[in-house]
Design a protein around this ligand. Structure first.
Ligand SMILES: [Zn+2]
Length: 89
C-alpha cells in the first residue's frame, strides 16, 4: 500500500487518485484540462511543482506579515485617538 503519496496535478492542483496515475490517465487529464501544457519537456512538471511549493510558502509568510502590520496600524490609530501620540503631526 502506498497511501501516503497523493499525486497532484501541478497545474490545477487537483488531487488525482492513485488509480488515475496507475492507469496512466494523467495524460488524459492533461489533454482534457491543460491542452497548452501537452508536449512540455520532462523537466517542466518538477519545476512547476517547486514553483507552487515556493509560492505557498511565500503566501503563508505574506499573510503573517500583513496580519502583524495590521495590528501595528490598529495600535497606532488607537493611541492617536486617545491623543497619546502628538508628535506625529
Ligand atoms: Zn490539472
Amino acid at each position: 500500500m502506498n497511501g501516503i503519496i497523493k499525486p497532484r496535478c501541478v497545474i490545477c492542483l487537483e488531487v488525482l487518485s492513485n488509480e488515475l496515475v496507475k492507469e496512466n490517465k494523467l495524460k488524459v487529464h492533461l489533454e482534457a484540462y491543460h491542452t497548452p501544457f501537452i508536449g512540455k519537456d520532462q523537466g517542466f512538471f518538477p519545476r512547476k511543482e517547486q514553483e507552487i511549493k515556493q509560492n505557498q510558502k511565500r503566501s503563508k509568510m505574506m499573510r503573517r506579515y500583513n496580519f502583524q502590520e495590521q495590528r501595528i496600524t490598529e495600535c497606532i490609530l488607537d493611541q492617536s485617538e486617545k491623543g497619546e501620540i502628538n508628535s506625529w503631526k
